[in-house]
Design a protein around this ligand. Structure first.
Ligand SMILES: [Zn+2]
Length: 196
């Protein structure tokens, strides 16, 4: 039982005393080192089996640390916490993984079922009042059931069209002179703003 290896398992007062003697420290000096009296050191060394919380958190723990011994770790398996038998180092990761999986499941469910007010405009120019298809932003009349382009050819076509639209938009924006009217209508939804 030299420094480096952790002591493992349970220990007795006699073992603690043997460790202290091996380190060449008397009880009074040990007390000074860890901030207690020599009587406290003596008390623990005269005990039989030391309670685990003392070896982990109490004066025996302070003595072990002062002598350079790592504290014993009593967590050997995680069965009691419902994680099955894992090495305890995997416990936190397993818990995080479970939590992430739950969150991902909820988000996926929400995204698949949420219904919002349709974002399209009707032919009269008013916002559509129907609810969207589940998980979509448009109602069944305004493209909510659309799958979008499916073939590579179709995808390339829509990408090209969008690039062209963005190019036109950037040109318009660059050429646009902001007027007083723009600042007055900036708070309006886009469909009620003046068109350039
Ligand atoms: Zn609609």
């Amino acid at each position: 039982m030299s420094g480096g290896e952790h002591l493992g398992g349970d220990m007795t007062g006699a073992e603690l005393q043997a460790l202290r003697r091996a380190a060449g420290i008397n009880q009074a000096d040990m007390g000074t080192k860890i901030g207690c009296t020599r009587h406290s050191v003596s008390y623990w060394e005269c005990k039989g089996l030391l309670p685990r919380h003392a070896v982990r958190w109490g004066i025996p723990a302070k003595m072990l640390q002062a002598m350079g011994h790592p504290l014993p770790d009593y967590r050997t398996h995680t069965r009691a916490r419902g994680d099955g038998v894992l090495p305890w180092q995997g416990l936190e990761q397993a818990s995080l993984d479970r939590c992430n999986a739950r969150v991902a499941e909820r988000i996926a469910h929400y995204n698949a079922t949420r219904r919002v007010i349709c974002a399209a405009r009707t032919r009269k120019g008013q916002p559509c009042r129907l609810k969207s298809e589940p998980g979509r932003n448009r109602c069944k009349f305004h493209g909510g059931k659309s799958t979008g382009p499916r073939t590579d050819e179709g995808k390339a076509k829509i990408a090209a069209a969008q690039r062209a639209r963005w190019a036109t938009y950037r040109q318009q924006q660059a050429a646009r002179v902001l007027t007083n009217a723009d600042s007055q209508t900036a708070y309006l939804p886009h469909y009620e703003r003046a068109r350039p």
